[in-house]
Design a protein around this ligand. Structure first.
Ligand SMILES: CC(=O)CC(=O)SCCNC(=O)CCNC(=O)[C@H](O)C(C)(C)COP(=O)(O)OP(=O)(O)OC[C@H]1O[C@@H](n2cnc3c(N)ncnc32)[C@H](O)[C@@H]1OP(=O)(O)O
Length: 437
């Protein structure tokens, strides 16, 4: 029996900042960001958006484009590291919002018997939700699950993470009828507790911020969505975990050069060029070359490595350059990116997935593209989703970043954050939304 992704949808914020505009403001050479890291545009979360609207919008699209019925869905798991609450899952917001809009089609409480949950492990939380739901379908082949990966990557202004920011969400229907891609049940795994990038609870009572939705009233931001991180160390951790998980999978599969079996390498992409910059290590070891840092630099400029990038990695980076870091959704967007660009017959081709979550864990696994992939890709239409967006100027971006913008910068379409309760003590912090077609 095959299990995997039957259908998928992607949702992106409707505004972006040109990375070149940001580079100029920050006195960084634009060429470094475009040709060194592969960055072109940065998706920006608008004033009316949060993780619940990203998740609800992508879930709604999945239901609409693929005519799904909530009665056929047993669980909806959300992988995110931008949760709105430490107790109430953000998935409950998303499911409730979609249920409200779909109640005319399916009746009140049509989602009542669905198991709803958030899963958090930095950027690998979406892969964890997928892993879990694949196992669930293997045990219950007649049941279906939905995995949502939704995040916004926000870093301190003028930090080395700022130009890698982004946002977006991917939703996937997991079943025993995988039209898009099926997954083998072998998982290379590597875990180690490190402090490369994390979001501890912090109190910032010295810095009141005015919320865009409760204009006029000062709020104290208690949890911040900006991580504590050490960029170069996080790259070392990424490399270490990927190497360890990759060779764990290779051992299980008893394979020769494992990556050679893969048509594409879909990495977790914190920025577009991360995969190709980090894979020199595994490439060296697979080809029995010296993997010292100096030699990896030489390998990165070799013809053999350039061919590998051209064939197996470039197509997976294209969407990331247009969006930026989507944390949990980045690895799935890498897959959608390659499939969107392809006009070959991909049925039966294998894809290698190299995921990473700070803190830290990597899961490396493989999938096989299935016969219905083209029709799923046409329905989710990534190119149209990218083209629907408008650019914003630097000042608008900075006001949004500082939470000082009291109106939406772009068009409002779908779910909209209306209010965060700040008076009723029993509901302090509760969020309320509306829907616009
Ligand atoms: C956060 C997650 O999502 C989880 C993870 O994956 S953790 C691993 C990634 N970490 C992060 O994303 C944390 C946030 N990001 C950062 O801190 C930083 O953006 C970063 C560490 C990722 C990059 O750091 P940086 O100092 O800006 O860039 P640096 O590592 O020096 O690389 C710049 C590249 O541009 C190249 N470059 C510089 N100037 C150039 C120019 N004018 N023209 C062309 N290329 C240029 C450099 O040669 C270098 O490329 P190579 O090493 O491949 O040759």
């Amino acid at each position: 029996m095959k299990v995997g992704i039957e259908a998928a949808a992607i949702y992106l914020p409707k505004i972006y900042l040109s990375v070149k505009d940001l580079a100029i403001k920050r006195n960084i050479e634009p060429e470094k960001l475009e040709f060194g890291l592969g960055l072109k545009k940065m998706a920006v979360l608008d004033a009316h958006e949060d993780t619940a609207t990203l998740s609800a919008n992508v879930l709604f699209k999945l239901f609409k484009y693929f005519n799904l019925n909530p009665k056929d869905i047993s669980r909806i798991y959300l992988g995110t590291e931008s949760a709105l609450d430490a107790a109430k899952p953000t998935a409950t917001y998303a499911v409730q919002l979609v249920q409200e809009v779909l109640k005319t089609n399916f009746g009140e409480n049509s989602f009542r018997h669905i198991d709803v949950l958030d899963m958090t492990f930095a950027c690998v939380g979406g892969v964890d939700a997928l892993h879990n739901c694949l196992d669930f379908v293997r045990v219950n082949p007649n049941k279906k699950a939905i995995v949502i990966s939704a995040d916004y990557a926000k870093y301190a202004l003028d930090s080395s993470g700022e130009y890698t920011q982004g946002a977006g969400a991917v939703a996937m229907l997991i079943s025993s009828n995988p039209e898009l891609i099926s997954f083998e049940n072998n998982w290379g795994i590597s875990t180690e507790s490190v402090f490369d990038f994390f979001k501890p609870r912090r109190y910032r009572e010295d810095e009141p911020v005015v919320s865009a939705v409760n204009s006029g009233s000062d709020q104290i931001e208690i949890f911040t969505d900006e991580p504590i991180f050490d960029g170069q160390y996080s790259n070392e951790c990424y490399k270490d975990r990927l190497r360890d998980a990759y060779f764990d999978l290779k051992k299980q599969l008893n394979s020769d050069k494992l990556y050679e079996n893969w048509k594409y390498l879909a990495f977790h992409l914190p920025y577009a060029f991360q995969g190709k910059r980090m894979f020199t290590d595994i490439f060296a070891l697979e080809n029995e070359l010296d993997n010292s840092n100096e030699n990896q630099k030489i390998i990165s400029k070799s013809d053999d490595y350039a061919n590998l990038i051209h064939e197996k990695i470039n197509p997976t980076q294209w969407a990331s350059a247009e969006i930026g870091n989507m944390y949990t959704a980045s690895i799935f967007t890498a897959l959608l990116s390659a499939l969107t660009l392809s006009d070959e017959n991909l049925e039966g081709k294998k894809v290698g997935f190299l995921s990473y979550g700070s803190g830290s864990k990597s899961k490396v696994f493989e999938g096989t593209i299935e016969s219905g992939w083209k029709s799923v890709i046409e329905k989710l239409n990534l190119k149209a989703e990218l083209e629907k967006r408008e650019s914003i100027d630097y000042e608008t971006y900075e006001n949004l970043h500082r939470k000082k913008l009291k109106h939406s910068a772009g068009k409002i379409h779908g779910f909209k954050l209306e209010k965060i309760e700040n008076e009723n003590p029993n509901l302090l912090g509760a969020r309320y939304y509306s829907f616009q077609q």
